[in-house]
Design a protein around this ligand. Structure first.
Ligand code: ATP
Ligand code: MG
Length: 320
């Protein structure tokens, strides 16, 4: 059985102006669909990557996976339990302790007034567990020193702070870690170190990762499956090998062409063409059609359903 099962996951935000403004300006309420009808499964002990441009709904999905946000419709099941509707408090407790999240900004997610030891063991202490010596052990496992336990977060570099965040996420012995852009605030050289550390820990601890990134090259070597999001919809899902060599969706092709950000002279290469449409008023049919080089009439009228082509899933009318 899959560890995570996501079905028809949808999240709508009410982005209306305050009531008085709406009355004066005679405006209707406005809704933004951040995530629309997303389906995917994540096998235990695998890494599933979610990629897409800014605003494509990656973080919103991540927050729904860990139960920080409730779906507007559809569902997330972790080990068969739907956190949003499960009424058995013990079951919810067990699942919650199996899930941790790591965020992009390693400084904002560490309490500056706490010593590193207390930060790391907090998830364990909060559940009344024994944490003697745990922080020191985990610090060594993430490549820091046991002596660092007595220091404060400001005494560390960005990469070291992200290691502390990882140690903290590991302390409650989770099964699943959702990582939202875990390395995008770090230098390129440090990025690789943190990603390597995450790979090693995955094997040692038997972890399952959901890895969120805007950068396909970051997830290429770590992911077992990659899901590509566009405007809140999953448009393609494949193994990294298939995605990079047998790309089906025109949007994924565009992302891949833009991937090596620097050209031979160290200048920034062209970014993906066209603008991301307004998510409050998305284009009819396929949301990508205004930017798509091969769009035809059907693309402007009908939303493409997810289709299975061999081992690849793709939502495009024209993919062969
Ligand atoms: N609490 C909220 N209220 C209203 N709109 C929101 C809220 N959270 C997210 N959104 C909107 O939902 C869409 C998806 O946002 P999300 O943060 O999931 O994107 P993302 O893919 O993580 O982007 P980024 O790469 O910039 O982090 C965006 O259009 C965003 O403005
Ligand atoms: Mg985000």
């Amino acid at each position: 059985m899959s560890l995570i099962s996501v079905k028809n996951l949808t999240r709508v935000f009410d982005v209306s102006k305050p009531w008085l403004n709406r009355v004066i300006e005679r405006r209707a309420k406005a809704f933004l669909t951040a995530v629309s009808d997303v389906d995917f499964e994540v096998e235990e002990r695998s890494t599933y990557a979610l990629v897409g441009e800014s605003g494509s709904g990656k973080s919103t999905i991540g927050r729904m996976l860990v139960g920080l946000l409730t779906p507007s419709s559809g569902k997330v099941e972790i080990n068969g339990v739907n956190l949003a509707t499960e009424t058995d408090a013990d079951k919810v407790d067990v699942i919650r302790s199996d899930i941790q999240m790591i965020f992009q900004d390693p400084f904002a997610s560490l309490n500056p007034r706490w010593r590193v030891r207390d930060i790391i063991v907090e998830p364990v202490v909060a559940r009344g567990g024994d944490a003697t010596g745990l922080a020191e052990k985990l610090l060594v496992q993430v490549g820091l020193s046991a002596l660092d336990a007595g220091k404060f977060p400001h005494e560390f570099s960005g990469g070291q702070r992200q290691r502390i965040c990882i140690a903290r996420a590991l302390s409650s012995e989770p099964k699943l870690i959702v990582c939202d852009e875990p390395t995008s605030a770090l230098d390129v050289s440090v990025q690789a170190q943190v990603l390597n550390l995450m790979s090693d820990l995955k094997d040692n601890f038997g972890l399952t990762y959901v890895l969120i990134s805007h950068d396909l090259t970051v997830v290429r070597h770590m992911a077992d499956r990659i899901g590509v999001l566009y405007l809140g919809r999953l448009v393609e899902e494949a193994s990294p090998e298939d995605l990079f060599t047998d790309t089906k969706h025109p949007y994924t092709k565009m992302l891949l062409e833009a991937a090596p950000r620097m050209d031979g002279f160290g200048r920034e290469a062209d970014l993906p063409e066209g603008e991301i449409p307004d998510p409050i008023d998305p284009p009819k049919g396929c949301a990508f059609n205004p930017r798509c080089p091969i769009a035809t009439n059907i693309c402007r009228q009908e939303r493409p359903m997810m289709r299975q082509l061999g081992d690849i899933r793709v939502a495009c009318h024209l993919a062969d």
